[in-house]
Design a protein around this ligand. Structure first.
Ligand SMILES: [Zn+2]
Ligand SMILES: [Zn+2]
Length: 427
C-alpha cells in the first residue's frame, strides 16, 4: 500500500514540470506562430510613428491573451501589463516596431513591396533592421508568460515602442517619448530587458557586454567666421577655410592624442563642410557638421568640452571665431553591471555556455539607452545569421539584403521569457 502511494506520489512529482521546463515547452509550441507573425509584419512594414497596422496587431494579440493594454503611448506605442499570480517586482521587456526607408531586395515570398513618401522622396519600406522579429518574439513571450501567469511572482510590462530609428522631422518619438509619457511608471519598473537580432552573429548565439555596449551618438555644428577678402590678398581678411581645415585635423587629435583609448574608444567625424562660392574669393564663413560617438559617460562630457575648446582656440589663434553647437542624441546603451552579472547565468543556461559570449562594444546606437537612463537594464544580441554564412558574407542590418534566419527567433523568445521570470524570482 505504502509502495503504491509512494509510487503515485513520485509519478505525480515527475509529471509536474518545473517552471523552467514549462517556459521552454510553451516557447517551442509558439515558435511557428512567432515565425508566421514575423512574416506578416515583414510584408507590411511601417516607418517610425506610423506603425498603425503593427500596433493594432499587437494590441489585439495582447488582449486575446488577457493582458491589460494601453494604446497610443508615444504616438503609436502599446504597453501591455501582465499581472502574475503572486506579488513581486515589475520587469519590462521591450520590442521596437518601426521599419526603414529601404527597398527590399531579399528573395522571399513575404518580401515587402510597400512604398511611401519619406522626407518628400518616394522610397521603399523594409524591416531592414529586424524589428519585425523583435515584435514577433515579444508577442511570443507574452503568450508563453500569460500561460504561466499564476506562477509569476510579480508583473511583466511589455513595451512595444515606435520609431527606434528616429521620428520623422519635427516629431518626437521612440524610447525617449515612451519614458516621457510614463511607460516606466504605474507600476514602476524595476528592470528592463531588450534584444536585437543581428547578422553579425549566427543562429543560436547570444552576445552581450556589461557597461557601455553601444555608443552615445551626438551631433555637432561648427560655424567658423572669418573676414571676406580677395583670394589674392588673404592678409587683408581672415580665411575661415584654412581655419576650418585646421579644426578638422585638431578634432582628430582629441580621440587619438587626448583621451585614454584603453578606457573606451571614441570617434569624431566631420561629415560635411560648406563655405565659399568662387575660386578667388575667401568667404566670410564656413559651416561644418559631424557626429560624435562615445562609450563612457564621463568621456562623453569631456569629449564635448574638448571639441568646443579645440575649435574655439584654433579659430582664435587665426583671428577668427568658431561657434560650436552640440546636440545630444541617443545616450550610451549601458548595461547595468550588477544586473548583467545577475542575469548572465540565465543567458548561459538558456543558450548553452559555449554559445553565449561577452563581445566588444559597437559605435552604433540604440534608443533602448533611454530606458537604461531611468532603470537598470540589459540589452543583448541574438544571432540570426544563417550558420553557413560568415559574418563578412552576411548583409548587415539596414542593408536591402538584410536577412533574418528565423531559426534564431526561438532563442530570443526563450531568453526574454527566462530573464523576466528569473529576475522576478530572485530575492
Ligand atoms: Zn536599425
Ligand atoms: Zn534596430
Amino acid at each position: 500500500m505504502l509502495a503504491i502511494a509512494l509510487g503515485v506520489l513520485m509519478s505525480t512529482a515527475a509529471a509536474t514540470p518545473s517552471l523552467e521546463q514549462r517556459i521552454d515547452d510553451a516557447a517551442a509550441r509558439v515558435e511557428s506562430k512567432v515565425i508566421a507573425c514575423r512574416r506578416d509584419i515583414h510584408e507590411h512594414p511601417e516607418l517610425g510613428n506610423r506603425e498603425v497596422r503593427t500596433t493594432k496587431l499587437v494590441a489585439d494579440r495582447l488582449r486575446a491573451l488577457g493582458i491589460e493594454v494601453k494604446e497610443n503611448v508615444a504616438h503609436t506605442g502599446v504597453v501591455g501589463l501582465l499581472r502574475g499570480g503572486k506579488p513581486g517586482r515589475v520587469v519590462a521587456l521591450r520590442a521596437d516596431m518601426d521599419a526603414l526607408p529601404v527597398t527590399e531586395q531579399v528573395d522571399v515570398p513575404f518580401a515587402s513591396k510597400v512604398r511611401t513618401t519619406y522626407n518628400g522622396q518616394e522610397v521603399g519600406v523594409m524591416h531592414a533592421c529586424g524589428h519585425d522579429a523583435h515584435v514577433a518574439i515579444l508577442l511570443g513571450v507574452a503568450e508563453v508568460l500569460s500561460g504561466i501567469r499564476e506562477q509569476i511572482p510579480g508583473t511583466v510590462k511589455f513595451l512595444f515602442q515606435p520609431a527606434e530609428e528616429g521620428a520623422p522631422a519635427g516629431e518626437e518619438g521612440g524610447a525617449e517619448l515612451m519614458v516621457k509619457e510614463g511607460a516606466l511608471e504605474n507600476p514602476k519598473v524595476d528592470a528592463v530587458f531588450g534584444l536585437h537580432v543581428t547578422s553579425r552573429f549566427a543562429v543560436g548565439e547570444i552576445e552581450y557586454r556589461p557597461e557601455g555596449m553601444m555608443a552615445a551618438v551626438d551631433s555637432f555644428k561648427i560655424v567658423v567666421k572669418g573676414k571676406q577678402t580677395h583670394g589674392a590678398y588673404p592678409w587683408l581678411g581672415v580665411d575661415p577655410i584654412v581655419v576650418a581645415s585646421q579644426i578638422v585635423l585638431g578634432l582628430q587629435t582629441i580621440p587619438s592624442r587626448q583621451l585614454d583609448s584603453t578606457v573606451a574608444p571614441s570617434i569624431v567625424t566631420v561629415g560635411a563642410i560648406h563655405g565659399g562660392v568662387r575660386n578667388n574669393i575667401i568667404p566670410d564663413q564656413v559651416e561644418m557638421i559631424g557626429t560624435i560617438r562615445s562609450l563612457d559617460a564621463k568621456m562623453r562630457d569631456d569629449l564635448h568640452a574638448r571639441i568646443k575648446r579645440t575649435a574655439e582656440s584654433i579659430a582664435s589663434s587665426a583671428g577668427a571665431t568658431a561657434e560650436v553647437a552640440i546636440t545630444s542624441g541617443y545616450p550610451i546603451t549601458y548595461n547595468d553591471p550588477a544586473l548583467t552579472e545577475k542575469m548572465a547565468p540565465t543567458l548561459r543556461r538558456v543558450g548553452g555556455a559555449k554559445n553565449v559570449h561577452v563581445v566588444n562594444a559597437v559605435l552604433g546606437a540604440e534608443d533602448f539607452s533611454f530606458y537604461q537612463q531611468n532603470v537598470p537594464g540589459l540589452f543583448f544580441w541574438v544571432g540570426t545569421r544563417p550558420p553557413d554564412q560568415t559574418p563578412e558574407q552576411a548583409p548587415s542590418n539596414h542593408s536591402p539584403l538584410f536577412y533574418v534566419d528565423e531559426r534564431g527567433l526561438l532563442l530570443g523568445v526563450r531568453a526574454l521569457a527566462h530573464v523576466a521570470v528569473d529576475f522576478l524570482s530572485a530575492r
